[in-house]
Design a protein around this ligand. Sequence first.
Ligand SMILES: C[S@@+](CC[C@H](N)C(=O)[O-])C[C@H]1O[C@@H](n2cnc3c(N)ncnc32)[C@H](O)[C@@H]1O
Length: 328
Amino acid sequence: MLIQYLKFITILLMGYFYINIGIKHFTEPEWFLQIMPPYLPYHIELVYISGFFEILLGVLLLFNKTRKIASFGLILLLIAVFPANIYLAQTNGSAMGISPMIAWGRLPFQSLFIIIAYWHSNVKIILNKNVSSPVFWNDLYINGNTKWDIGRVTPIVSNYLKNIKHSIGKVCVLGCGNGYDAMEFARYKNDVYAVDFSEKAIRNLKDKSIENDLSINLVKDDIFNLDNQYLEYFDLIFEYTCFCAIDPKRRVEYFDLAYKILNNNGILFGIFIPLDKKSKDGPPYRVSLKEINKIIKGKFEIIDSYFSKLSIDKRKNSEKVLILKKIV
Ligand SMILES: C[S@@+](CC[C@H](N)C(=O)[O-])C[C@H]1O[C@@H](n2cnc3c(N)ncnc32)[C@H](O)[C@@H]1O
């Protein structure tokens, strides 16, 4: 988290720095002409061109969508203007009337600026970090910032469905995201309700379900509203990385909701992750089986609980399958 803030602040500072210096190329060009190596032609033109790119790249650095291109552009620009710094050092600073120590001491800073530009290249600044708001999640989908998405059906789910062979009935996938798991439930002829409040995620799933000729009920809504319409409705709820995505203060509410929307024989099939996270930050917020056991007491009975060998490599031992049956 601290690193994120540091990056946010240094992006603003560097953006301001490049725009400011860029403007100076136009208002005080003589300052830059002093360090233009004599072997280069078109001195004034080069001052204006480099100033133009400093302003442009400084502005582009401030936006998530253009930050990557700005970072690599700045790296090229810093390399391109490096001869001016070398020339200043070669004159022992006299080209600008500064001391030899400062003239030579400036050189390593150019590499520091290059490192900072690279460090900024993959930063996405998210100002609205309200995980209970669809805007927060929708922006992540729009910016392609979906590190949780494994891009295919979870092997634990395909194996579960392969083994039970028959249709389960009405299945609710909470926080379905791009919906690979929801589509797998639909392939096994279940009546699937894929719920997510991100418009982009639901649109992605709609496109893919049409492409794959699968019928899925797409519910673009907050999961916490489901009890208005789906009381005791579902045979099974599937949970994967939704529980760790909601505000941890809402975890009791989450299981209350699950309880209400399941019918009396209902099952909550969940893969709970991340169990091994040290920091409190999120999403994903860390998950503890002790906490889950405490919350579900009197509402759900654990009928199975296991670490699966089918977990993808980087999630092995950090996720646990829990099969919970509603207590009536
Ligand atoms: C970490 S992603 C997981 C997506 C998907 N389950 C997967 O494994 O790829 C969490 C998803 O839950 C959705 N979500 C979070 N809180 C929600 C809420 N209160 N109501 C509906 N969807 C929610 C987000 O939009 C996001 O798509």
